[in-house]
Design a protein around this ligand. Structure first.
Ligand code: ADP
Ligand code: MG
Length: 705
C-alpha cells in the first residue's frame, strides 16, 4: 500500500507560546537530581518557573511533590514536552505527544541526522508525525532552551546550579547546545544576562531563523546573538537580517566554516576567492550584522551594544594607572584602527587642576597627579569624568594595573565610568591580587575585561556596528538594452565572455577572433600596433601558464612569428581549439579582478580585488551581494588594500575609481539578470587608467548553466 505523506497541519503553538508555556511535561521524571529529567524539574522549581510542571513516568505517582502521569495522554493539556530518551524510542513518544495535543516537543535525545543515514531516517519519521499533527519540534540533538523572563530553564546542565539567574536583554540562538551552556556560564561570571537562549540542534523542524525571527519581534530582546554552522535558507536569513536592521536591533553573529574557503577545486579565480564564507560575510556587511569569530567576543560585543547602544563617534579616551600599560593600549588601538581622542582645551584645563601640566594629554597616566591633590581615588574619578565630558571622546577605556590605594581608586574609577554617560570599560591586568578589585568593579556595574585582547576584539566588533542610515535611493545602472537573450551555456571562451560584458556596457579591448596569419595581420592593421595575440580555448583555464599569451607585438613580422608559435602550442594544449584572439595592447596604471558568482545560499555575489596573474597570492579581494549600486561599489573598492593606488600613490596619477565602480555595478546587473544560470564570471584583469580615462577588460571567462 502506498503511503502518502500526511499534509502538514497548521502549528498548534507559536514560538512565543513555546517560550511562554503554561504547562511543561517532563518525560522520565525522577526525584533523583543525578538524572537529567530530575535535574530539569529541580531547575524549573529553583528558578521559579511560573507555569505548571507535569512529570511523566509510568513507575511513579508523585515526583518532586507533583502528581506524576504514566502516559502523556492522561496528563492535562501540555504546551511543551521535554524528551531525552534513547533515540529508538523517540518516534513512539512523539506519536503519543501528537495524539495528546502537545504543542511542541523539545527533543534533547541524540542519534538522529548527525550520525548518518539511519539516524536521518528516524529524524524524518518524527518530523512527519509532528508535521501531520501541527506539533512543533525543537532539536533533536539539542540541549534545550532557557527563557530568563519566566524562569523556564529547559536544560539539565549544571550551569543552572546558581542561586539567581541574570535576566538581561540579549537573545542567543545557537546550533551547538554545548556552546550555549559555555556561553551562558561565561556570561554569568561576567554579570551579563540574557532574555532567552535556544539551542536548535539538528533543526529538524524549528530552525535558527524561526527563533531569530521571534527575537527580532520580542520586546525583551534588544540585541541578538547567533552562532551559525550552516543555514537552511540563506534568503530567509537575509530578509530577517534586514528586518532586524530596520527594527534597529543589533545582531552579532559567529559563523564557523571560514577555513573551508577556497577548498573547492576552482576553475576560475572567482570560484577560488569567493567561497561560501565570503558570501556570508558579504550578507552580514550588507545587512549590518556584526560578524565575529569567537563566542566570548560575541557576548561581550552584544553586552556593550545592549548597554550603551551603537559606539558613539569620536576617539578613545584613556585613563590609566601606569604609563606602561597606556602605551600598550595605544599601540593596540592603532592595530584595530580605533583613533585616540585629542582632548579639547577645556578638558586640558580641567585636567590641569589634578594632573601635572605636562600630563594632561591622552592617554592619561594617574601617576602624574599633582602632589597636593590628595588621594588617588578623588583624582581618578575626576579624571574619568573630565575625559568622558570631552566632546571628541566616544568611549573611555581604563587599563588598570595594581595601583596605590588600590581598592578606593578602582571603586572611584568604576563608579565614575558607570555613570559617565558614555561607553566605558576597565581592563584589569593583574591576576589574583586583583580578586577583590574585580568584585568591586562588578558591584559598581562597570564593564570589566580581564584581558587586553578581549577588550580589543570586542572594541573592533563594537565599532563595526553602525545603526541603519536613512535610506538613500540610488539610480539603477543604465544598462544598454540587450540585443539578444543570453543563450550561451557551459564554459565561455574569452571573446564570448567579453561579448557578454560588452552588452552590459563594460568596456572590453578592441579585438578580433582570427583563424589565419593573414586574418591576424589584417586585424592588427585595423586595431593598430602594438597588439596582443592569445589562444582561444574552452579548456585552458590560465592561458599565460600554457604559454598562450603574447603581449606587445610591435609589427607584422613579430606577429607572424607569434602566430606560428602560439598556433603550435594551442593545438598541443587543446586539440579542439582552432582560433586565436588578436587584441589591442591596453595600457593602464593598475590591474583589478572583478568577478561574479552565484552563491547557493545568497544568490549572486560580486567581488573586486587586486588583479593580474597573482590574485590568489595577493588575496586582496572584497565581496558584496549583487546587484550593487554605485555607492556600494565604491565602498567595496575603498576596502581593498590597494585602494591608495586609486588616490594616486607616490607621484602616480589618481586612477579612474568611478569607471571601475561602474564596471562592478554593471557586472552585478549581469549577474542578477543571469539568475540561476550564473556559474562564474571573471574579469581579470580589468585594466584601470588614470582618472577620467576609464577602464577596459583585457581578459574574461565565464561559466553559465
Ligand atoms: P590568463 O589570465 O588566462 O593567463 P590573460 O589574458 O589575462 O591570460 O593574460 C595574462 C596577462 O597579460 C594579463 O593579466 C595582463 O596583464 C596581460 N594582458 C592580457 N591581455 C592584454 C591586453 N589586451 N592588453 C594588455 N595586457 C594584456
Ligand atoms: Mg587573465
Amino acid at each position: 500500500m502506498a503511503v502518502t505523506p500526511p499534509m502538514p497541519a497548521s502549528p498548534r503553538l507559536s514560538i512565543a507560546g513555546i517560550l511562554e508555556p503554561r504547562r511543561v511535561a517532563v518525560f522520565g521524571a525522577s526525584d533523583d537530581r543525578g538524572k537529567w529529567a530530575g535535574r530539569i524539574m529541580y531547575y524549573l522549581a529553583l528558578h521559579g518557573y511560573a507555569g505548571e510542571v507535569v512529570p511523566i513516568n509510568p513507575r511513579r505517582e508523585i515526583v518532586q511533590g507533583k502528581r506524576c502521569y504514566a502516559r502523556i495522554g492522561d496528563a492535562p493539556n501540555i504546551d511543551v514536552a521535554v524528551i531525552a530518551i534513547p533515540a529508538g524510542k523517540v518516534p513512539e513518544t512523539i506519536r503519543d505527544c501528537a495524539e495528546a495535543g502537545v504543542g511542541c516537543c523539545l527533543v534533547i535525545s541524540s542519534g538522529f541526522a548527525e550520525i548518518g543515514a539511519a539516524g536521518a531516517a528516524l529524524q524524518q519519521e518524527i518530523v512527519e508525525i509532528a508535521r501531520a499533527a501541527g506539533m512543533r519540534l525543537i532539536g533533536p540533538n539539542c540541549l534545550g532552551l532557557i527563557n530568563l523572563r519566566n524562569g523556564m530553564a529547559l536544560t539539565s546542565a549544571r550551569v543552572l546550579e546558581v542561586e539567581k539567574l541574570i535576566q538581561g536583554a540579549i537573545g542567543l540562538v545557537t546550533q551547538s547546545g554545548a556552546l550555549m551552556l559555555s556561553i551562558f556560564n561565561r556570561a554569568y561570571d561576567a554579570g551579563i544576562g540574557f532574555s532567552q537562549l535556544v539551542s536548535v540542534g539538528n533543526q529538524a523542524d524549528l530552525d535558527l531563523c524561526d527563533f531569530f525571527e521571534h527575537m527580532i519581534a520580542d520586546p525583551a530582546t534588544e540585541v541578538v546573538c547567533l552562532h551559525i554552522e550552516g543555514l537552511k535558507d540563506g534568503r530567509r536569513f537575509l530578509a530577517l537580517a534586514r528586518r532586524a536592521r530596520q527594527a534597529g536591533k543589533p545582531v552579532v553573529a559567529l559563523k564557523t566554516g571560514r577555513s573551508a574557503l577556497g577548498q573547492e577545486a576552482a576553475r576560475s579565480h572567482t570560484a577560488s576567492l569567493a567561497g561560501a564564507f565570503s558570501a556570508f560575510a558579504a550578507a552580514c556587511r550588507d545587512t549590518g550584522i556584526v560578524l565575529v569569530d569567537d563566542p566570548d567576543v560575541m557576548v561581550l560585543t552584544a553586552a556593550m551594544l545592549q548597554r550603551f547602544g551603537p559606539c558613539p563617534a569620536g576617539g578613545i579616551g584613556i585613563v590609566s594607572s601606569s604609563g606602561g600599560i597606556a602605551g600598550i593600549i595605544v599601540d593596540r588601538l592603532a592595530d584595530i584602527g580605533a583613533p585616540l581622542a585629542r582632548f579639547a582645551p577645556e578638558t586640558e584645563d580641567r585636567l590641569r587642576a589634578i594632573l601635572l601640566p605636562s600630563h594632561v594629554v591622552n592617554p592619561i597616566d594617574l601617576g602624574a597627579r599633582r602632589p597636593e591633590t590628595g588621594e588617588t581615588d578623588a583624582v581618578a574619578g575626576e579624571a574619568v569624568r573630565a575625559v568622558a565630558a570631552d566632546p571628541g571622546v566616544g568611549l573611555v577605556m581604563v587599563p588598570l594595573t595594581t595601583a596605590p590605594n588600590y581598592e578606593a581608586t578602582a571603586t572611584a574609577l568604576a563608579s565614575a565610568l558607570a555613570q559617565c554617560g558614555k561607553p566605558g570599560l576597565i581592563v584589569l591586568t593583574p591576576g589574583s591580587v586583583a580578586a577583590p578589585i574585580r568584585t568591586l568593579i562588578k558591584e559598581a556595574a562597570c564593564p570589566l575585561y580581564d584581558r587586553i585582547d578581549d577588550a580589543m576584539r570586542m572594541l573592533r566588533a563594537y565599532r563595526a556596528y553602525a545603526p541603519p542610515a536613512p535610506h538613500r535611493p540610488s539610480a539603477p545602472p543604465q544598462i544598454p538594452v540587450r540585443p539578444m537573450p543570453i543563450t550561451q551555456r557551459g564554459y565561455l571562451t574569452e571573446p564570448e565572455a567579453k561579448a557578454l560584458l560588452a552588452d552590459y556596457g563594460i568596456p572590453v579591448t578592441r579585438e578580433a577572433v582570427v583563424r589565419t596569419a593573414a586574418e591576424a595581420k589584417a586585424a592588427a592593421a585595423a586595431i593598430g600596433y602594438p597588439v596582443v595575440l592569445k589562444g582561444v580555448s574552452r579548456r585552458v583555464v590560465h592561458k599565460s601558464d600554457a604559454g598562450l599569451v603574447r603581449l606587445g607585438i610591435a609589427g607584422p613580422d613579430a606577429l607572424e612569428r607569434a602566430w606560428a608559435e602560439l598556433g603550435d602550442r594551442l593545438r598541443a594544449a587543446d586539440p579542439e581549439a582552432g582560433a586565436l584572439l588578436l587584441a589591442e595592447m591596453a595600457a593602464g596604471e593598475a590591474e583589478l579582478i572583478l568577478g561574479a558568482k552565484r552563491d547557493p545560499q545568497f544568490g549572486p555575489v560580486v567581488l573586486a580585488g587586486a588583479g593580474g596573474v597573482f590574485v590568489e597570492l595577493m588575496q586582496d579581494v572584497e565581496t558584496a551581494l549583487a546587484p550593487i549600486d554605485e555607492a556600494g561599489a565604491e565602498a567595496l573598492l575603498q576596502r581593498l588594500r590597494i585602494w591608495p593606488l586609486f588616490a594616486g600613490f607616490r607621484g602616480r596619477p589618481p586612477l579612474d575609481a568611478a569607471a571601475a565602480a561602474q564596471a562592478l555595478v554593471r557586472l552585478g546587473a549581469l549577474a542578477a539578470d543571469l539568475g540561476e544560470r550564473l556559474g562564474e564570471i571573471d574579469i581579470n584583469p580589468l585594466i584601470v587608467r588614470p582618472a577620467g580615462r576609464g577602464v577596459v577588460a583585457a581578459d574574461a571567462r565565464a561559466m553559465l548553466f
